[in-house]
Design a protein around this ligand. Structure first.
Ligand code: FAD
Ligand code: DLZ
Ligand code: SF4
Length: 524
């Protein structure tokens, strides 16, 4: 019988040595258990690169723990297959004669409920420790929400700035005299600017082996594998962070909302998968960006904008996810019923912005925030796509998708399917917004300046269709007073033409008849 007394169960998004379930682990006392149940890649149609990243990073992490003297009982899907985390734990408990289990909080309600069965069903004595890699404990959000009518990110963020001292003056004032520099961060990318590429990594043996098998071994997975260049170890993730801070952070702010056919990543950091699976810690990332500002290496609008994404948005959505409960994603505020069109899985679509954003997603398992929100999310909102189908797609295809972060962003922010618990108004926009922030329209068969007619940008009529069909739910929203006044001022013929234009588009969408034609030829 083993002399080891406690199992430390480590999930695929808990690959940090400092995570609460490992920080006090002792090779003489503790057995590490990690598992690759295939069902973890099957609850949504996962991108192949996401599967490879997680499994490769897990295998590297297990090897590093072994190098430090730990015994790791690793259930790899090939030689020690297991049906679930619970099945792996049951086997490990029996094989090693251990009933005491320590685990850090998981990143999904689904896994949380599974862990809750371990005491009764497996006879385990389970201690679930807070995931203290986040700045705020889960309970902090309930405190924040108490007595507030609206749960907005900005105030949660300011509280965390004060608590951490990040970008704060000694007198509790924000550095630069302002909390938020968002108004400086909305520039279109000028034609003459070409962003430097993010750092990528050549796949090593472990990653190459997984890349060669993922197509056959995970037959329901989607997406390309060729571009895989993700870091799978902490050392490489740190080097990706250094590269971003030195070469891309200085421009991050200005072009944060820009989209271009020239670069799928613009000046974004591409570190979300590393933070989410534990290779990087949010605190070290924010401190590195703050240092770049104090060392005069990056301007304040870039640094504050970047830190706000992590200290603000990331913490806020995590708090909101757990605060809302496990039925948060089940509603459907606009009763949106349309199924996901085939082009979400790679078929051609005539709208160039969607072709770019979805094409890049399937190629790289990545699209940046504005592509996710204002192109794919905006289209899903305006076209009335079913929120649960849309959320499943986002949860599967993005390299950084774990439900605690994906669901509030997709269901709450992009689709407003929670009826406004997260966002104060839907992020609905016409083609004008996409044209202002991108070069996508230059090469599109539609014109963003036209509202009706065969070459009118579909987003324009869809926008009014959405506003009109949901006026009972949105008409009293004070932030939508202006568009509803504009709609009321339009004459009946214009309104009728816009609605008919959108209806024709939606019919073609339902019939699978959206076809690409050379620019200027008739579509509708
Ligand atoms: P950057 O733009 O460089 O931002 C830096 C970091 O800030 C990111 O790495 C990330 O850790 C954090 N961050 C930025 N925006 C957000 C946000 N809204 N919520 C939480 N963290 C944020 N992010 C995920 O990590 N996983 C998801 O599944 C996910 N799904 C999304 C779905 C939709 C519809 C939208 C609109 C956004 C989603 N995001 C998600 C947020 C954001 O798009 C990604 O974090 C970002 O694109 C990751 O790329 P990056 O590292 O280059 O980010
Ligand atoms: C997403 C994912 C995948 C594809 N595979 C694994 C795996 O093999 N082992 C594992 O521990 N986790 C995996 N994950 C992440 C989980 O589905 C889930 O999101 C996290 O356990 C939540 O904390
Ligand atoms: Fe998208 Fe409309 Fe621009 Fe075409 S014209 S790229 S559909 S916004």
């Amino acid at each position: 019988m083993s002399k080891l007394r406690t199992i430390r169960f480590v999930l695929g998004d808990q690959l940090s040595r400092s995570v609460s379930s490992l920080s006090d682990a002792d090779p003489d006392q503790d057995l590490i258990v990690m598992a690759e149940p295939k069902c973890e890649a099957a609850y949504a149609p996962h991108h192949r690169q996401k599967i490879v990243l997680i499994l490769s990073a897990m295998r590297h992490f297990a090897n590093a723990l072994r190098d430090d003297g730990f015994q790791v009982d690793y259930f790899d899907y090939e030689t020690r297959p297991t049906d679930s985390f619970s099945a792996a734990l049951k086997t490990a408990m029996a094989d090693h004669g251990i009933s005491r289990v320590i685990i850090a909080e998981p990143g999904e309600w689904r896994v949380h409920h599974e862990i809750n069965t371990w005491g009764k069903d497996l006879g385990a004595s389970v201690s679930v420790r807070p995931d203290d890699r986040f700045f705020a404990p889960i309970s902090a959000f309930a405190d924040f929400a108490k007595d507030r009518k609206e749960l907005r990110m900005e105030y949660f963020y300011r509280g965390l700035r004060r608590e951490t001292g990040i970008l704060m003056e000694p007198d509790e004032k924000p550095v630069g005299g302002q909390w938020n520099f968002d108004h400086d961060n909305r520039k279109r990318l000028p034609d003459e600017v070409s962003p430097t590429s993010p750092k990528t990594f050549k796949p090593d043996d472990i990653t190459r082996d997984l890349l060669s098998k993922v197509v056959d071994d995970f037959p329901n997975a989607v997406g390309d594998t060729q571009s895989f260049g993700w870091a799978v170890t902490r050392d490489d993730a740190l080097s990706a962070l250094d590269h971003f801070i030195a070469h891309r952070l200085p421009h991050f702010g200005d072009y944060q909302d820009a989209m271009t056919v020239k670069s799928p990543t613009v000046y974004h950091a591409l570190i979300s998968p590393y933070i989410n699976i534990g290779l990087l810690l949010p605190d070290e990332v924010c401190r590195a960006a703050e240092k770049a500002y104090h060392d005069d290496k990056a301007p304040l609008n870039a640094v504050e904008g970047f830190i706000r994404q992590i200290l603000g948005w990331r913490e806020y959505v995590r708090g909101l996810y757990w605060f809302m409960g496990d039925d948060y994603g089940k509603g459907n505020h606009f009763n949106a019923k349309r199924s996901l069109p085939d082009f979400f899985w790679g078929a051609d679509v005539p709208m160039n912005c969607l072709q770019q954003a979805i094409g890049e997603t399937l190629e790289n398992a990545y699209a940046h925030h504005i592509q996710r929100l204002m192109v794919i999310g905006n289209f899903s909102l305006l076209a009335g796509l079913n929120p649960q189908e849309v959320c499943d797609w986002y949860l599967g295809v993005y390299i950084d998708a774990f439900e605690w972060v994906e669901l509030p962003n997709t269901f709450g922010m992009a689709l407003y399917a929670d009826g406004g618990k997260m966002a104060s108004k839907p992020y609905a926009a016409s083609g004008k917004y996409i044209d202002r922030m991108s070069d996508y329209c230059d090469d599109c068969q539609f014109s963003p300046n036209k509202k009706t007619g065969p070459d009118a940008c579909p987003f324009n009529a869809l926008y009014w269709h959405f506003m009109d069909r949901n006026s009972d739910k949105l008409g009293k929203n004070p932030r939508l007073g202006m568009p509803y006044r504009n709609w009321a001022r339009m004459n009946d013929d214009t309104k009728r033409d816009l609605i008919a234009q959108a209806d024709t588009f939606l019919q073609k969408l339902d019939d699978g008849k959206l076809t690409k034609v050379p620019k200027q030829e008739n579509l509708l």
